[in-house]
Design a protein around this ligand. Sequence first.
Ligand code: SF4
Length: 375
Amino acid sequence: MSLNHIRPWRNIYRRESRKIHVGNVPVGGDAPISVQTMTNTITSDVRATVEQVQRAAEAGADIVRVSVPDEASSKALKEIVRESPVPIVADIHFHYKRGIESAEAGAACLRINPGNIGDEKRVKEVINAARDHNCSIRIGVNAGSLEKHLLEKYGEPCPDAMVESGMDHIRILQDHDFHEFKISVKASDVFMAAAAYQQLADQTDAPIHLGITEAGGLMSGTIKSAIGLGNLLWMGIGDTIRVSLSADPVEEVKVGYEILKTLGLRHRGVNIISCPSCARQGFDVIKTVEALEKRLEHIKTPMSLSIIGCVVNGPGEALMTDVGFTGGGAGSGMVYLAGKASHKMSNDRMIDHIVEEVEKRAEVIEADQTPDAAE
Ligand code: SF4
C-alpha cells in the first residue's frame, strides 16, 4: 500500500506522455518505467547473444537492444527474437536496409534516426516496414553524432541542437503518419543531457527514453547515471531507461532498477537497508550484506530487509522493513518480522536463517497480492 498521502515529499508527478508499445511492453502513459539494456556480443553469434539476452531478462530487463551493423546480424535477429523472453530492439545506424530486414525479422522496435538514412524513398520504405510488422521506432539523438548542419548552426553539440535534431526526426515520422515512436537525446555530459531532456519534454508528448551515453565503468557510470537519470526521473521525465556502462549488461539492469527503486518508481527484489558498521557492530555487517545480496538475487518480490550492526539504529530501521536483523551481544542478534521483534538468532546461523525468512515473507506477500486473498 502506498503511504504517499502521508509522505507527500515522496511524490513524483510523471510527465504525461503518449503510450506506445515495444512488443508487449507498454512505454509511456501510465505504464511502469521500463528498464532496458543492450547486448555487447557479436550479434551474428546467436548463441552468445541469446544467452546474454536471457541473463539480462532474468536480472529484470524489460526490453533488450541488439546492434545490427550488417546483414549477418539482421539474419541472426530472427532466431534471437524467437528465443528471447523480452522484446528486442534493433539498433540501426544509417543502413536503411538493415532497418527493413530487422522489422521483417521480428524486432519489436527499431532504433533509427529517419533523417540519417537517405532520401525520401528509403525513409518511406523503412517506416512502411515498421508499420507492416508492428514495430515501433526510437529516435536516438546523440550529442556525439549530430547532423553537420546543426553543428554548423550551433557551433558545437548543445541541448538546443540535440532537441532540434530530435524534433526534425519526429516531423519526418509524423509526416508519414507514423506515431508509434519514442525518443532519446543522450549525451555523456550530465548537464547537457539533463538540459536537452527537459527541453524535449516540453516540446513533445512522445514517450522519452532516458540515458546518459558512454557513462563509463561500473562505478563512475553508475554515479553519473544516478545523478543524470535520477534528477530527470525525479522531475517526472522518462518512460523507459537504459544505464550505459562499460560492464556486463546485467549490471546495467541492476543499476537501472536501483535508481528506480530509490525513487519509489519501480520495485523489484529485496531492498537491503544496512548500516556502514563501526566498532559497535555485533556481527560483520559488510561481509553479511555481501553474502545476502548474492543469496537473495533470486527474489523478485518487492520487499525490504534491514541488516543493522547494533541497537543504535537496528530496532528503528526494523520497524519499517519486512525482515530485519539487529546485532546484539554474546554472538547473537534479534530477528524482526513485519516490523516486530520476533526471536533471537546466533550470528553463525543468521545468513541461512535470514534467507529462509525472506523467502517465507516473499511467499506471504505474493499470496496477499493474489485477487482472492483479501477475503
Ligand atoms: S548501527 Fe550500530 S554498528 Fe551500525 S554504524 Fe550505527 S552504531 Fe555502528
